[in-house]
Design a protein around this ligand. Structure first.
Ligand SMILES: [Cu+2]
Length: 363
């Protein structure tokens, strides 16, 4: 019994320390992680990692970070989380070209993705349609192995639509987006764990005809990366072993660790800001929470027929989505996080900058 109690005390103390340190790190504005809990929690890693613990804001699970991480984070162009415009057409044509490429997933950390051509490599482009519009989707496989695309927003026979497309070939299918919400799309080619872990995922928003007005709308795709190396000395590829063990090196919103800490999303005081959130995984859920406020509306599990009010944290399951409204009057920096704090420590955190609080970067 004594052991159990002391364990509880240790856990509680660790949680308090972590949370205190987290707030502290936000005071530093550009620092998303504190080193103190990291030192306790980081497993035994090379001396290299220990040497960097006090100097850098970001480290992978293995304690790895680039020398000039802050500079690189600033130089990185953040994934554009703003909701793209609707198209006033009956059939929305969406074309995605799959391509093997090397991208940055954290400051100075390179990873060999199987992902999307164009500006947004992983996640893929945000698709935004009205409920009732038809989506005509074309997959062009510019990669080196078969790929496919599974749209969770579609009611369609998977064996016809979500089939493998060989390299150099393409496939087109149509579906009517009759179900509103925010849905994941992803490559479903076996092993799907590898294809999703390699960056083949994104979000499609199916907007219902009537929703309360929001002043700002952002789309966040939560996901995790599992690497076979540090990605700093040379680009890393997938570690299936880590992916199966669910031990990510980095966790992110929109594919890059902490990118909205360095490049915050913005709102004006009094605005209602809406987050459309998908948890792409491949495996881990996201416990969505905005520090310093409470959700005015939470369309839990993407059920757009009803919303909850006054809730603090909502589970977005891997492969699922949810929509959140917050109205914030007081200027300041409001972190949005997965409140499973291991995720924050590995990069699944960003800032909503309300107004123009002092001590922050301006853009
Ligand atoms: Cu694939």
């Amino acid at each position: 019994m004594l052991k159990v109690i002391s364990l509880v005390v240790i856990i509680a103390a660790t949680a308090v320390a972590a949370f205190g340190a987290f707030i502290f790190s936000l005071d530093a504005a550009s620092t998303a992680r504190s080193n103190e809990p990291g030192e306790a929690a980081t497993p035994a890693t090379p001396d290299h990692a220990t040497a960097h613990n006090t100097a850098l804001p970001l480290e992978s699970f293995a304690g790895m970070a680039a020398e000039n991480a802050e500079e690189l984070a600033k130089a990185h162009t953040a994934y554009d989380a703003r909701m793209p415009a609707l198209q006033d057409v009956d059939v929305v044509k969406v074309k995605m070209v799959m391509k093997d490429r090397t991208v940055e997933i954290a400051p100075g950390v390179k990873y060999n993705v199987w992902a999307f051509d164009g500006d947004s490599s992983a996640p893929g482009p945000i698709v935004h349609v009205r409920q009732g519009q038809t989506v005509e989707f074309t997959l062009v496989n510019g990669g080196s192995i078969p790929h496919s695309m599974d749209f969770h927003a579609a009611r369609i026979a998977p064996d016809k639509a979500f089939t493998d497309v060989k390299p150099g070939e393409s496939l087109t299918f149509r579906f009517k987006a009759n179900d509103p919400g925010v849905f994941m799309y992803h490559c479903g080619t076996k092993p799907a764990l590898a294809h999703i872990a390699n960056g083949m995922y994104g979000a499609i928003v199916v907007r219902p005809p009537e929703m309360p007005v929001a002043d700002n709308e952002y789309v966040l795709v939560a996901s995790e990366w599992y690497m076979n190396g540090d990605g700093i000395t040379e680009p890393a590829s997938l570690s299936m072993e880590k992916a199966r063990a669910m031990m990510p090196d980095w966790t992110t919103f929109n594919g890059y660790a902490n990118q909205y800490v360095t490049h915050p999303l913005t709102a004006k005081p009094g605005d209602t800001t809406r987050f459309w959130v998908v948890a792409a995984g491949p495996t881990l859920d996201t416990n969505f929470h905005v520090v310093g406020t409470i959700f005015d509306r939470a369309w839990v599990n993407g059920d757009m027929k009803r919303f909850q009010t006054g809730v603090q944290t909502v589970l977005v399951p891997s492969g699922g989505g949810a929509v959140f409204d917050v109205r914030i009057d007081e200027p300041g920096l409001y972190p949005f996080v997965s409140h499973a704090f291991a995720h924050v420590d590995l990069g699944q955190v960003g800032l909503l900058k309300v107004g123009n609080p002092k001590g922050t970067m301006t853009h």
